[in-house]
Design a binder for this molecule. Structure first.
Ligand SMILES: [Zn+2]
Length: 493
């Protein structure tokens, strides 16, 4: 049986050919998997991708440390729907578990990626303070560096700043398009320090390069009172109306990011499953898919909770939008981009993929730049499980590539590498997990997955952790299995 996404992408690609004749879409119609995030302007993004060099800061190795921990974000922001500008204040309190004292801090400013700047986007910060003291800082592309600080170990510290975000024009996870505003990766977010130093890898327009630790968010958003807003977390109380403006407040716990989607034309339908409220936000043009989104949302939460471990948050928002980028996942919020030619089966499958990411990246976090397969292959497996199409996971590996390669090992090869990224990370990765299920048997495989969930819930996993937990829980030596499936711990060491 031909997967529905193939016909969907075939029609997407026809349009892509008109808009961007040499975009990779035109050349790889059957290689883009369901649920893949695709940049809306492939050609520009590819050019940009080739010119961006990683700017990872090497801070020396201290084995096993990952921090700063327990970030508590407070944000007070306003969004101007006419100018597409966010102005806000952010303060984040965290514990320095890294070194005594900590001398520098990094944030990621993903909205500064060149692809967004080309479309009117960008981010700036002012008035940076560390524990109340004004301090100097530098911004280099998507990295904000705050040097010359002295933060005591095992104590709370607070960084505060004012920030301005120009939301770019575009049908994207971060962008405005007509009356729809998508705010993914839109605020300054603490970078992670680990064995490799500070992680400030470049934005990856063909997938994700995000990496952050779980924390709590308290976010107040003021904008036009007509805006209907979907957001990570739960809205607290009723919005406060003043003139034409409304202020909404959201609280989110144990999440590693905070996203929003706004549209004054959104309608909302909801259902409840396992005490989780599922909301679908849709504009009239996508009304025909609203029940598919709601039902697949409910069914995915039920299925993945049963197989992997319980969905831990009280809500999930599924937001529909125009565009062709496929889908995108954020904690408690998934974006599904729809074209008229989308089929109900495709919509349900993409929704299942993005909801699969609630478990793989949202709950069990990973460094998406270093080990993309740890969330993407698992989300693709989850969608195939939902689709009852596990037996169709038969992809072969691409010669020369490992499943456990970092993103940079793919992007180093331009278009060929991007194609290999999709073929390996989505298709061969999900096949690998299905092969593991077949090797261990259903019962042992899902028992092991639940142990993995329990140990890594709200934490960060690595390839090494995954192999260890699978071996320990099954009592089997899986070295040969992972080697044969091109998964190597050494790729990150
Ligand atoms: Zn995905």
């Amino acid at each position: 049986m031909l997967k529905n996404w193939k016909s969907f992408f075939a029609s997407t690609l026809a349009l892509g050919t008109i808009l961007a004749p040499s975009s990779i879409y035109a050349q790889t119609p059957t290689e883009v998997p369901s649920g893949a995030y695709l940049p809306p302007q492939g050609k520009q993004a590819l050019t940009h991708m080739k010119t961006t060099a990683p700017i990872r800061a090497q801070a020396g190795k201290r084995h096993g440390i990952r921090g700063p921990i327990n970030p508590n974000y407070k944000m007070n922001v306003s969004y101007d729907s006419n100018q597409h500008i966010i102005k806000g204040k952010l303060s984040v309190t965290f514990i320095n578990n890294i070194e005594n004292p900590l001398h520098e801090i990094y944030f990621n400013l993903w909205g500064n990626d060149a692809g967004f700047r080309e479309n009117g986007g960008g981010m700036d910060v002012r008035n940076v303070k560390v524990n109340g003291q004004a301090t100097s800082f530098q911004i280099k592309e998507t990295a904000l560096h705050i040097p010359r600080v002295k933060l005591p170990q095992r104590k709370k510290s607070t960084v505060s700043m004012d920030f301005t975000v120009h939301v770019p024009k575009g049908q994207d996870r971060f962008g405005w398009d007509g009356q729809i505003v998508s705010l993914g990766n839109w605020f300054p977010i603490l970078a992670v320090y680990d064995d490799e130093g500070w992680n400030v890898d470049p934005y990856f327009p063909y997938g994700e390069s995000f990496y952050s630790l779980t924390g709590n968010f308290d976010v107040s958003v003021t904008t036009d009172k007509q805006q209907v807003i979907a957001a990570t977390g739960t809205e607290i109380g009723r919005p406060i109306i003043k003139g034409d403006l409304a202020t909404h407040r959201y609280i989110a716990k144990n999440v590693r990011d905070f996203a929003m989607e706004m549209n004054p034309n959104y309608k909302v339908i909801s259902s409840t499953v396992n005490h989780v409220k599922v909301n679908v936000y849709y504009a009239e043009e996508h009304a025909k898919f609203s029940q598919d989104l709601l039902q697949s949302g409910v069914d995915s939460i039920q299925l993945f909770s049963e197989k992997f471990g319980a969905y831990p948050w009280p809500e999930l928002d599924v937001v529909s939008m125009r565009g062709w980028f496929g889908g995108m996942e954020y904690p408690q919020l998934v974006m599904i981009s729809l074209r008229d030619s989308a089929t109900p089966a495709w919509v349900r499958s993409v929704n299942a993929h993005e909801i699969g990411h609630q478990w793989f990246y949202g709950i069990i976090g990973n460094n998406e730049y270093d080990e993309a397969w740890l969330d993407e292959s698992f989300a693709t497996y989850s969608a195939a499980l939902y689709d009852k199409e596990l037996d169709q996971l038969t992809a072969e590996p691409v010669p020369g590539y490992h499943l456990s390669f970092p993103v940079s090992n793919f992007t180093a090869h331009g278009e060929e590498g991007i194609n290999a990224y999709y073929d390996m990370i989505y298709d061969y990765g999900s096949r690998t997990l299905n092969d593991l299920r077949k090797l261990l048997g259903d019962e042992q495989f899902y028992t092991s997955m639940q142990a993995y969930f329990k140990e890594k819930k709200f934490g960060i996993t690595t390839t090494k952790d995954f192999i260890r937990i699978m071996e320990d829980t099954s009592g089997r030596d899986l070295n040969k299995f992972f080697e044969e499936h091109l998964v190597f711990v050494s790729d990150q060491e």
